[in-house]
Design a protein around this ligand. Sequence first.
Ligand code: DGT
Ligand code: MG
Length: 368
Amino acid sequence: VATSAQTDLNPNAKLACQRESPLVCPNQELVERIDIIRRARELDMNWQSALSYARAIASIKAYPKKIKSAKEAGKLWYIGNKAEHKIGEYLKYGQIIETKTLLEDEKYKVLREFTSIYGIGPMTAQTLYAYGCRTLEDAKKFYDNPENTAQQSSDDEDENKRLPERWIEVSLALKDDLGIKIPRKEVEQIAGTVMKELEAIQPGCSHTIAGGYRRGKPESNDIDIVVTHPKADRKRIQELCQELTDVLSKKGLVTHLMTLTGQNTPKSLHADVIAKALTVFSLPGSNRSCRLDLVFAVPEVYWTAVVGWTGSTMFQRDLRLHAKSKGLKFDSSGITRRNNQSVIVAHSEKDVFEILGLPYIHPTMRNA
Ligand code: DGT
Ligand code: MG
């Protein structure tokens, strides 16, 4: 994994999609300490402050040198007075006072543990805490009581990711498995198994393992695979998603399944070009489960889906902002012109960047 910039792109460009962000940066420890504060803001549902810190962190991640003074850091985008002050503390004392306090705070410890469960966002974590839950065992008991669960719903900043409550219960039940990170080799093995099953249903499909894996992470929390077939139309894409998950379920490879088709994402104009299956995958004999997301895309939007699901979240956020400034709309399901909704098809990943008027950024440099 590369740890520093490989091209002559400006490391202090304003948007994350215009600069290179390695997985591990020269100021990694500082970044991790500021991230504790960002997470606390998120847990408090102070989204604006959380986003400010996320932007500050992203700026530092792209900075190619070790930061030597707060003033030096203050010259970067989105490093305001508060962040600059905290960086000063870190440089002077080797730690950020607020970070230290937060790490010792019992409530944040509990909230961090709750939100480590797939499907539990800050709102649900706060609700569980308010009900007196302090451990994951407490949370399990809470969900075991039908009276408690009637009105709860899972929350997430991205409404695309909003999950039915049943998933929280599944995640809690499987927490020991789902909490284990998946090494790259295992990601590849599972993708191989899945693609073999797909090949039997429909020969000639292609796929990209996206997500953190593609950004070079040595271990992933889940597996994201984007799939297409050169001749598949919208209808066939939805069918393939259904047929593959049926087969995987029948063979016991998929133990839990939630399939999302176009109807579930009404915000997107052309949502049915993509079909999603959020699953729990279990390799027989390996006696462990992991989260596997399958994304099926018609060929016209395959590359935007690959870019979308490669992340990082901040990289995507800024891709959308950048696209907007060019009169375009970017999301996983395609690129459209804002004035007349006409679709622009990207024929490769590099094409996506070219259409958006951006320099190509290698996936391993999208860790904003
Ligand atoms: P991890 O935690 O090791 O799995 O790390 P990542 O970076 O793979 O995180 P993940 O799997 O949550 O998301 C990967 C990228 O895919 C991220 O940029 C957001 C995007 N993504 C995930 N779920 C959805 C979704 O439901 N809709 C859309 N449009 N994008 C999604
Ligand atoms: Mg992932």
